[in-house]
Design a protein. Sequence first.
Length: 372
Amino acid sequence: PARGDGLHPDDLPIREELRGKSAYGAPQLDVPVQLNTNENPYPLPEPLVERIAERVREAARGLNRYPDRDAVELRTALAGYLTRTTGHPVTTDQVWAANGSNEVIQQLLQTFGGPGRTAIGFEPSYSMHGLISRGTGTHWISGPRAEDFTIDPGAAARAVAEHRPDVVFITSPNNPTGTAVDADTVLALYEAAQAVGPTLVVVDEAYVEFSHRPSLLPLIEGRPELVVSRTMSKAFGAAGLRLGYLAAHPAVVEAVQLVRLPYHLSAVTQATALAALEHTDTLLGYVEQLKDERDRLVAELRALGFEVTESDANFVQFGRFPDAHEAWRKILDRGVLVRDNGVPGWLRVTAGTPAENDAFLDAVRELKKEQR
Ligand code: PMP
């Protein structure tokens, strides 16, 4: 909002490293078809909405008290979910939860990064890894990705050896490209990191439920410096809830408790997340539909003549455009909002409902005709 006095944040005594930076800002435009922020298009089912109301009503009776600071019931339910879906036994003391995986990442950087320390990610990737690094005073290094947006384990390991980071981010499936890594790549990077470490390796699995491949979570076994971060924002269709979590050695969980704010997870958040976890099977059913729609988007975009990056996520990167921003604008003119992540030549579309995806495919079909 314009204040009229022309004062800019840079005119205030803000920290040097924040000067001239822009805030995270996916446009929130009021457009009929919104396929730009990798949200789940399906609203929570009505029985779950009812269950949330019940659980929150119960929690409301105790809101005069602070919530369970360690969110034990919720972490136990999350550990159960991870055990059931990965086949790897995860215990409550291996799980930590916070307000979105963004806060999980912030707590990890506050604990393992910070002034005088360095973090690396392989870009293009999730821009918040770099932004939260800066926000916590951690020096950020942009590591390499191959032409096809996969991680070349050799090149990535060399970057780790050169920069000797304190924290390594591996996003799998990666945002915005959709590409996933296999266990061998994680192990190669973990080894490279330990060779120059001690170094924390964070595997960001925000989109893993949509993947064709299994979770990398079992790799935490016997590797105390490997962390897997997860979220209920995508597969659980609960972006508005703000619930992220991690799985790691119990010592990592103890370590992040040194920086978390007391009572960071409200009783309302804990109650809502617990209700959602009771409906896991229904929600994972929507995930199956979204995976089919994602595969359809890949196939149809290719049939239209677009280049499409292999996707293990609930979104698809497509191109190439001589001017991606102009293409973004033309798709928007047809009532469909996709994402320009600033990857030259490429745009990203989130898998929506079948009708939303049809609207998107109609818009890009017209765009293709225009280009001929
Ligand atoms: N990691 C990745 C790779 C993401 O794309 C996102 C959301 N866009 C997040 C983490 C953060 O999600 P949340 O804070 O909603 O859990």
